[in-house]
Design a protein around this ligand. Structure first.
Ligand SMILES: [Zn+2]
Length: 80
């Protein structure tokens, strides 16, 4: 089995209601699909915390999610 994995660079930006600052979190996500919309949907279901005060964002905080294909992919299913 050689399933390709596509890597995406994700950026999650939110105005933190706890400390009043803008939190920017960057993470990498792997997907079997090269469709960035699927990553976006997945990211919306994740729980994020402020990068500055480390408190989780309460419900209702607007997250600005950017998904950018990294251009890398591999066929190693042992990743993650
Ligand atoms: Zn904060």
């Amino acid at each position: 089995m050689t399933e390709k994995r596509y890597w995406f660079n994700c950026t999650v930006i939110a105005a933190c209601p706890n400390c009043g600052k803008q939190s920017v979190e960057k993470l990498m996500m792997a997907s079997l699909s090269e469709n960035p919309d699927l990553i976006n949907e997945k990211t919306k279901l994740m729980q994020f915390a402020c990068q500055l005060c480390k408190k989780p964002f309460p419900d209702g905080v607007a997250l600005e999610i950017g998904v950018f294909p990294s251009g890398e992919h591999d066929s190693d299913s042992s990743v993650n």
